[in-house]
Design a protein around this ligand. Structure first.
Ligand code: FAD
Length: 381
């Protein structure tokens, strides 16, 4: 396992300054930052960003993207997440769906979807989890059966983030019954489902903070034409696993708390007592270290490596760190939670306390990631 130390080049630093300048100009003075990944769904912001070439940055220029390196994309998303910018509309499409089309899609699919994603006009959800298939994803029960010209998919997906707002979802479906497929990881396929189809029923799953951005999605015999099968029929497991690698290790895994940390420093940082000074120093040092690990993963992706285990470890360390920060800052501030308190710190602390438990679940739970890392580390020992 290698985390090669790396720094940003002068050119990459220049890009950072550009993004900072753009955000200072674009976000209103009374902007309420979201919690990193929890940034709002704002189609206008997404389109404005896309006009700058900052959506789908890694998509090759021939498909309408910027053909940028992983590190340049890292720089842009780090700034967006640090500002709590409203990135939810394009987030999944640009982080996961675009790389999946590039790797597994047909030329026709690339030509149709990628320019729209890069323009910030085509938004995706992830259709993996089901009521009885979360960590154990291979037990999905949504089935797709072959019909003239395509497939009919039936089943229920849950936790489908922003399915009520997005256009499509890559749904993991069983296309060969397990008894016939033999290996339980075989016989799965990814179908691109149009979320506006009349045979798709989306209803919200309210979360503890009152937000309704995750959904139950019922596929009621929805027709999916052959041209909307992503990759090879029966290869869904390998594809989804590859896709999940894009979901781990990025700045989204440690920046949810940056707004809270900054707000704490604003309130208590001028003349901190020893305990608060220690919290500020410790969290800053840890944040920077995790950031360097995440940057090292991005750089090694640019060098053509496949740091899947390193990515799993960064997600584990990053999301566990985020949860610890919430508790540490809450203690350092005196322990009270008051969502209507006078400061930004009060508001963000209340939001973080309600949201933090989800940070180690999304994209694979901590236990599952540790299993992946342990298997890789003990291989051959
Ligand atoms: C806010 C939020 C948004 C989400 N968005 C999406 C989305 O857009 N699309 C989507 O498809 N999914 C989404 N998910 C679902 C997420 O991926 C799952 O919640 C996650 O994979 C865990 O599955 P589960 O909830 O069924 O828990 P389970 O798999 O039932 O796990 C329950 C507990 O058991 C532990 N556990 C399970 N198996 C093992 C094992 N083998 N070894 C040790 N411990 C184990 C887990 O770590 C966990 O603590 C979202 C979840 C959240 C919270």
């Amino acid at each position: 396992m290698i985390f090669e130390p790396t720094a940003l080049s002068a050119d990459e630093e220049k890009l950072r300054d550009e993004v900072r300048g753009f955000l200072a100009e674009t976000l209103p003075p009374d902007f309420r930052p979201g919690l990193g990944l929890g940034g709002r769904h704002d189609p206008e912001f997404t389109r404005t960003l896309a006009q700058r070439g900052w959506v789908g940055m890694s998509i090759p220029t021939r498909y309408g993207g910027a053909g940028a390196s992983t590190v340049r994309r890292f720089v842009v998303i780090e700034e967006l997440l640090a500002a709590g910018a409203p990135i939810a509309a394009h987030w999944i499409a640009e982080r996961q769906s675009a790389p999946a089309f590039l790797r597994f899609g047909t030329e026709e699919q690339r030509e149709w979807f990628l320019p729209r994603i890069a323009a910030g006009e085509c938004w995706f959800s992830l259709g993996m989890s089901e009521p009885d298939a979360g960590s154990d994803l291979a037990s999905v029960r949504t089935t797709a059966t072959p019909v003239e010209g395509g497939w009919r998919a039936s089943g229920t997906k849950v936790w489908t983030t922003n399915a009520h707002l997005n256009h499509f979802a890559a749904m993991l479906c069983r296309t060969t019954p397990q008894a016939e497929a033999g290996d339980r990881h075989a016989g799965l396929s990814q179908l691109i489902v149009d979320l506006a189809d009349e045979d798709v029923h989306v209803s919200p799953i309210p979360l503890i903070d009152g937000e309704e951005h995750v959904n139950e999605v019922v596929l009621d015999g929805v027709f999916v034409p052959d041209e909307r099968v992503l990759g090879e029929v029966g290869q869904g497991w390998a594809q989804v696993t590859a896709e999940l690698a894009h979901e781990r290790s990025g700045p989204d895994r440690y920046l949810s708390i940056l707004g809270l940390y900054r707000a704490f420093v604003d309130v208590y940082g001028r003349d901190p007592d020893d305990a608060r000074a220690a919290a500020i120093g410790r969290i800053g040092a840890q944040l920077w270290t995790i950031r360097q690990l995440s940057l090292a993963v991005a750089r090694s992706l640019d060098q053509g490596e496949a740091p899947a285990v390193e990515a799993s470890l960064v997600k584990d360390i990053g999301t566990t760190f985020e949860q610890q920060v919430v508790e540490a800052l809450r203690d350092a501030a005196g322990g009270e939670i008051d969502p209507d308190g006078p400061t930004m710190f009060d508001r963000l602390l209340a939001e973080c306390v309600l949201n933090a438990p989800t940070w180690t679940l999304r994209g694979g739970t901590t236990e599952v990631l540790r299993g992946i890392a342990a298997k890789a580390l003990t291989k051959g020992s």
